[in-house]
Design a protein around this ligand. Structure first.
Ligand SMILES: Nc1ncnc2c1ncn2[C@@H]1O[C@H](COP(=O)(O)OP(=O)(O)O)[C@@H](O)[C@H]1O
Ligand SMILES: [Mg+2]
Length: 327
């Protein structure tokens, strides 16, 4: 099988593991940088180019779109979907997971427990709404996922108001969320193809506050209780994600999901659990490619196919073989 990983660099640990796992299973793998893919649409066809040639054909794509190139990267992922390429995470599912309120709304509407959360655009109103999430301390979370930190803890109403005014004043959307105190009950479940395949507890490093957990947390393998497994698998299914890290807090033995990640770090999870997560992802990619092969209608011969413009200063050199064919 020909497999493409869309990722900024082959040296990123998770990307490297995916390539390694795919090669070990005998696949041909390419890592393509999503921002170096160009797209063309004209109402009749949807084309993709890479380095001024038609993008090489492949059987399945694993998108690993960095937050920093979210909009562009997801346009590429969607263009691949338009060409019928199976994806191990669709653009819609990734976009939804990256919007915290949208994700919580979907989970909550489907009976999955989440930490109480409020959203408003006005600092004074939000301050009044704090009672709805159990009072301070609370977490203020920027709505659209950030590459780095987008979360603040507020211990008093005064610090909350100051934070809200500053953040809302910058034009950011945010949610205010109940702060669940016990930090050793922060659980991450990796779900691949609808099945929970690995689970860890995340503990802050000594001297770190619990709210900085994802900045260098210590991961410990855990035996996942059934309720947590079910919640994680349901969350991934509801979000439409083939690969997801479902983050939850354990509150008196019951899971409260606060985030679902669409491009989770694989290497750290593997080290902590001993589970070959990358191979599970590749196996899922194989299944999706096989499904697509079984149901695919052959491309119509009259369907227009655009080439990279010949007038371009950077047209491919004469005599050089064009890479790949139709995607
Ligand atoms: N409601 C909460 N109560 C307590 N801790 C939380 C809560 N929500 C998140 N956290 C902690 O803060 C970290 C970051 O929160 P998260 O929503 O995942 O934001 P980010 O977008 O930065 O990943 C989590 O990994 C978790 O340890
Ligand atoms: Mg997180």
């Amino acid at each position: 099988m020909k497999l493409t990983v869309l990722s900024r660099s082959a040296s990123i640990a998770s990307t490297h593991r995916l390539v390694e796992a795919a090669r070990a299973r005998g696949h041909r793998v390419r890592v393509l940088d999503p921002v170096k893919v160009q797209m063309h649409l004209d109402g009749k066809s949807a084309n993709l180019f890479y380095q001024h040639r038609r993008m090489p054909a492949c059987d399945v794509v694993v998108p690993r779109i960095a937050q920093s190139v979210n909009v562009y990267g997801l346009a590429v992922v969607n263009q691949l979907a338009m060409r019928g390429v199976p994806l191990v995470n669709s653009a819609d599912a990734i976009a939804q997971a990256r919007n915290k309120m949208r994700s919580l709304q979907l989970l909550s509407a489907n009976g999955i427990d989440i930490p109480a959360t409020v959203m408003a655009r006005d600092a004074a109103e939000l301050r009044e709404m704090v009672g709805l999430v159990g009072g301070v301390p609370v977490l203020v979370k920027l709505l659209q996922g950030q590459e780095r930190r987008g979360i603040m803890i507020c211990e008093s109403l005064q610090s909350l108001e100051a934070t809200l005014e500053a953040v809302l004043g910058l034009g950011h959307n945010l949610v205010v969320q109940q702060y669940v105190r016990k930090a050793d009950q922060d659980i991450r479940v990796l779900v691949v193809g609808g099945q929970a395949v690995a689970a860890v507890r995340r503990r802050p490093r000594v001297g770190r506050l619990s709210q900085t957990l994802n900045a260098g947390a210590r991961l410990e393998r855990i035996q996942l209780p059934t309720a947590h497994r079910r919640a994680a698998e349901s969350a991934a299914r509801l979000m439409g994600l083939e690969v997801a890290a479902v983050d939850m807090l354990d509150v008196k033995g019951a899971p409260k999901i606060f985030e679902v990640n669409s491009s989770p770090a694989l290497a750290a999870m593997e080290q902590a659990t001993g589970v070959d997560v990358a191979t599970r992802v590749i196996e899922r990619a194989e299944a999706l490619a096989a499904q697509a092969r079984a149901t695919r209608t052959p491309p119509r011969s009259h369907e227009p196919v655009a080439a990279w413009p010949r007038t371009s200063r950077r047209a491919p050199a004469k005599g050089r073989k064009l890479a790949g064919g139709r995607v």
